[in-house]
Each structure stands twice: as C-alpha cells, then as structure tokens.
Design a protein around this ligand. Sequence first.
Ligand code: NAI
Length: 439
Amino acid sequence: MISFDKLTVPSQGERIKWVDDRLEVPDFPIIPVIEGDGIGADILPATRKVIDTAVKTAYQGKRKIAWFEIYAGEKAYWKYNNYLPQDTYQAIEHFLVALKGPLTTPVGGGFRSLNVTLRQHFDLYACVRPVKYIKGVPSPVKYPEQTDMVIFRENTEDVYAGIEWPQGTPEANEIISFLKERLGVKIRKDSGIGIKPISITGSKRLVRMAIKYALDHGRQSVTLVHKGNIMKFTEGAFRDWGYELAKEEFRGRIITQEEAGNSPLPPGKILVNDRIADNMFAQILTRTNEYDVIATTNLNGDYLSDAAAAQVGGLGLAPSANIGDRIAIFEATHGSAPKYAGLDMANPSSLILSACLMLEHIGWAEASKLVEQGIDQAIQAGQVTYDLARAIEGATKLSTSDFASAVVDKMGCFELTTQKAGPKSLPPPVYPQIEVGIK
Ligand code: NAI
C-alpha cells in the first residue's frame, strides 16, 4: 500500500490501474485533484458539484468519484514549504488520472512553470485541446458553429523544450564558435541561442495518438500542421514522419491527400493531409469546416490552439488534457486570474469541460455528455458568469457557484436513453456514444 508524507488517501474508493495496455477503472475511482491558485478555489468546488451530480445521475449512484486532494502551488508551499512536493508526484504516478486547477508561476528567480514541470516529469507528450462552439457564446467570426476541431499539440520538444542560453554566456559563445569552426555556419556573436529538437519518437507517438483518436471518434481527417517549407529537418521531418507512421500503422484505415486526389473519401477511411502553419491560420478562418483533428508541433500548436479557441469565444471555455502513455492530467486552459480570486465570479466552464474530457478518458462518457448538455443549455438561456454576461445582450450574470447550480438544473432536463459505459484503453480512449433528449 502506498504511503504519503502528509496526505491521507480516501478510504472509500479504489485505484485506477493500468492493465494490459489499458486503463482499468473501478466504479469508485480515486482521482487526485489539485485546487490550484487564485480562482482555483472558486472554480474547483463548482466543477466538483457539476461532475458529481452528472455521475450520480448518469449511473444512478452506482459510480462515484472519490476525490483525493493533493497539493501544488501556493497551498503546497504552506503545507510542505515546496511548490511541488514529492507527495504530489507520487500520487499522480500511483493513481494515473488527475484534475488540476490553474497554477500561478511565481515571478522571479528563474522559477520554472509548475505546469510545464508536471508535463515534463510525467512525459505527458500530447496536449489535447478540443475546440467546439457552444451556441449563444459571443464569437468574433461569422460562422463559429463550423468550428469543431481537436488539436493534438506535441508537448515535449521544439523550441519549447527550453534548451537555450542567453547572449554573451560562455555556452552561447561556445556554440557559436563550434558552428562557425566545425560547420561553417555564421551566427552573429551577440546572439542568444535556442535549440529546436524534433525527433522521430516524439513526432510519431503524437501523430499515432491523433490518428487513433480520429478513428475512434468517427472523425474525417487528420491534418499535420508544420512549417516544413522553411525548417525542413525539424518541421518538415515532422510531416514526413507523420505520413510514414500513418502508412506503417494505419494503412487500411487512412488515405493520404496525395492518394485521394479529388476523389471522395472511401468509406471507413480517414484523410491524412498536411498544411503549412501560416496557411493553416488562414484556413481555420476561411475553410473552417474542412478541419477536424489536427496534429502539430509544440510552438505551432501553442498559437493555433489559442487562435482556434478565440474563434469560439475564448479561453474561458476551452478544455485541455495533457496525456502520456499511462498518465493524464486534465486542466483548465486559463491561468489563476488573481484579480478574481475568492470573489465567486470566475467562469468555471473550462475546468468543468476539462473534467468532462477526464470522464470520457475513463470511459464515463454518459456523465460527460450530461454536463456538456447542461452547459450548453445554461449558456443558451443566457445564464452565464460575468465574462460572458458583458457580451450577451439580456444575459443574467451569475456567480461561479450559481452558474454551477444552473448547469446542474439544466442537466435535470435530460434523460439518458442508453446505459452503455465501460473503461477504455489509453491512449486514446474509445468514447461510447449515447443519445440524450429533452424530457
Ligand atoms: P489568466 O488566464 O489567469 O488571465 C487572463 C485574463 O482572463 C484575465 O483578465 C483574467 O481575469 C481572465 N480570466 C482567466 N480565467 C478566467 C475565468 N475562468 N473566468 C473569467 N475570467 C478569467 O492569465 P494571466 O493573467 O496571464 O496569468 C495569471 C497567472 O496564471 C500567471 O502566474 C500565469 O503563469 C498562470 N497561468 C497558469 C496556467 C495554468 O495553470 N495552466 C495557464 C496560464 C497562466
């Protein structure tokens, strides 16, 4: 039995296990949860209320999450004198699936982002960001309802890996001299240096996850987004390795753009194509409905996921998951919004929808569907938090906790018409489809 320095594991509940390359999920899984800083204390209770109600409703009390509070950020500092204590690493490693509120990156002294540290420590190599329009949300584009994409962003490589040296340091100077003397490459002496590694391993495992997801979810296409016209051996190689992987591992289920030409997509197959990153930013605006699942490198994915989220009304509603081969952490996309901390004002939707991804990940899609419907209905009824209320005419401005209650009320309007559910393998899970309808 695992033991912790300052944590007590809930007595009711069992561990999610990794057995035969899949998750084995008990009916009362223990799920570690980090409240996070700032508005974490507002949005996490709201999220738990919505998720617990949905699970109870969907499974008539036969399933329940045993939440297990673990610590990171300021709360951890007070308890452990450490922003990311060993207990937290151990708990996530042991229980495999965790939910996390936003964490402030303390300013100063070369402090590394706790979020990045967690992703790197657990090798959570895919940042998965579904971007879908919720009716009623103010959007800057004409046809936001055409947006329904899932972005798989590589999380561990690229210039984002943090391999860099400041201008004028011995390291930077040494690299500049090495490049000049050994490879004949001239770089200005007063340059800072960053390294952009992109590997076969990192590229292929990311594209594999994206294609599996597309196949499991009945999606039409996977688009590899890169800047390979300029950076041939990193970005261009990402594209080439992506196609290679698609043909090697999914030959019977995919067709590439080159093979398909202008013919319609053969039944049962998905299209694998690619776009240059700059063009892709234009395409998601002008040909929105042609894009479905996207697999891309770290920096492109960073820009693209926020741009796509803006199309459907901004980050406040965008969920996110960081997924590795066994472990996954689900988190809101926004930060700790210190200005609104403790005011019961912040919009909890991003964290709630991230928890929905978590439910799908453990195979509890019915409960997830209920929550999504509840959020849709609350927003369509104009029952929203301050951030949306100011942009929706006639909206009722609700507090964080009242918004959660509104979502719960709206969930009551739906009835589950099927009861099929079960743990799914990772990555990525196959999410069972259910039908829900208004009573
Ligand atoms: P932020 O996302 O906290 O805030 C940006 C703007 O959006 C602010 O005006 C804020 O009030 C508003 N906002 C954010 N979440 C909201 C919500 N749920 N409802 C309503 N309004 C919301 O980004 P900022 O200010 O750049 O960062 C604050 C702290 O959060 C920093 O320490 C940063 O490092 C950290 N951060 C953490 C992230 C994470 O834990 N994944 C992600 C981004 C930032």
